[in-house]
Design a protein around this ligand. Structure first.
Ligand SMILES: *Cc1c(COP(=O)(O)O)cnc(C)c1O
Length: 337
């Protein structure tokens, strides 16, 4: 199948390093654990969203857009990255955020504000009709003479998934360079784009199979979302060849009480990773996926692999709103598994 990558902007520091976690691997026994440091793709705009935005923002500029508009949870990493990159490119930015406007902006929301984005907050009932909110803001921006470009949740669409097709190709090179056998790539999944891109890259270019750990909805939801994104990607970029149907391995056993809900086991795992290996995870995405990976290593479910590559998708700023939750849980430096 002939694949032509579209143009992208060079915004991220790539390739991201692949590093071993020797102490955690030794503690767990079983396969060797590695981290793909996608949290290092940039400082404040870093994490997984910048890889997708390299393609999405190239598309926006090719359409002569001067304003970005996107949406997410109140502490959305994606909104933070979009706002900062809008600043970097001299574009305007409107964020549609789910939740009540906090009395003081913090962490991701603060960085979005600092970068000049306009932040609009909506309660659950309004946010349920997201399309309407986009239409209202787009109409307003157009009436002011702007050319807004709409980016969906997490920049997970047919354009954004190129970022993780690219990352999958990068991982295949890492695996080859380090001579790693029998690998499994693991990542958190929240809007499906990271998983879609990595799974497509495995199908089209080789490298390692992928397991995604859901942080909100169930496996069935994510399978449908990823298939829909891949189908739109196929239609836009390679309609003449057959639709690729990568194996979708999705685990939804580590969501806990729900999106952005952190229980004491999760907080303890995050403390343990920081103390044992200097690995800073977040309670919304990477902490849950990492808890999934270490639990499954420990229980022997990943025995068939020699190397597990955990994609660190960033989100570090998302730790700060949980400071009091850490204090209250009295999380120890003991692994909870
Ligand atoms: C958005 C996000 C994810 C999930 O990636 P998707 O492509 O939206 O599934 C994982 N980790 C972090 C830190 C994120 O911000």
């Amino acid at each position: 199948m002939k694949i032509t990558f579209p143009d992208k902007l060079k915004l991220a520091n790539l390739p991201a390093p692949l590093v071993p976690l020797p102490r955690i691997s030794k503690h767990l026994g079983g396969p060797k654990l590695w981290v793909k440091r996608d949290d290092l793709t940039e400082f404040a705009a870093g994490g997984n969203k910048i890889r997708k935005l390299e393609y999405v923002l190239a598309d926006a500029l090719s359409q002569k857009a001067d304003w970005l508009i996107t949406c997410g949870g109140i502490q959305s990493n994606h909104c933070r990255a979009t706002a900062i990159l809008a600043g970097r490119l001299g574009l305007g930015c409107q964020l549609i955020l789910r939740g009540v406007r906090p009395t003081e902006l913090s962490a991701n929301t603060f960085l979005g504000h600092l970068s000049g984005a306009d932040l609009s907050f909506y309660g659950a009932a309004d946010y349920a009709n997201l399309d309407r909110l986009f239409r209202l803001h787009i109409a307003r921006l157009e009436s002011q003479g702007h050319r807004p470009y709409r980016i969906p949740t997490g920049a997970s669409d047919e354009v954004g998934i190129w970022g993780y097709i690219d990352a999958g190709v990068e991982l295949a090179k890492d695996i080859k360079a380090a001579n790693l056998e029998r690998c499994l790539v693991c990542c958190a999944t929240g809007s499906g784009g990271t998983h879609a891109g990595l799974a497509l890259a495995h199908e089209l270019f080789g490298g390692a199979p992928v397991r995604a750990y859901a942080v909100c909805d169930d496996a069935n939801y994510f399978a449908n979302k990823v298939k829909a994104d891949i189908s739109r990607w196929h239609k836009r970029y390679c309609a003449t060849s057959e639709l690729p149907e990568p194996i979708l391995d999705i685990c939804d056993d580590f969501i806990g009480r729900g999106y952005a809900q952190a229980d004491s086991q999760l907080l303890a795992t995050i403390s343990w990773a920081a103390k044992t290996e200097g690995l800073i995870l977040d309670p919304v995405y990477t902490g849950k996926a990492f808890l999934g990976v270490i639990t499954q290593i420990r229980s022997g479910q990943l025995r068939e692999y020699e190397n597990i590559i955990f994609v660190h998708t960033g989100g570090g700023f998302g730790l700060f709103p949980y400071q009091s939750a850490f204090a209250a849980s009295g999380a120890q430096a003991e692994p909870y598994i």
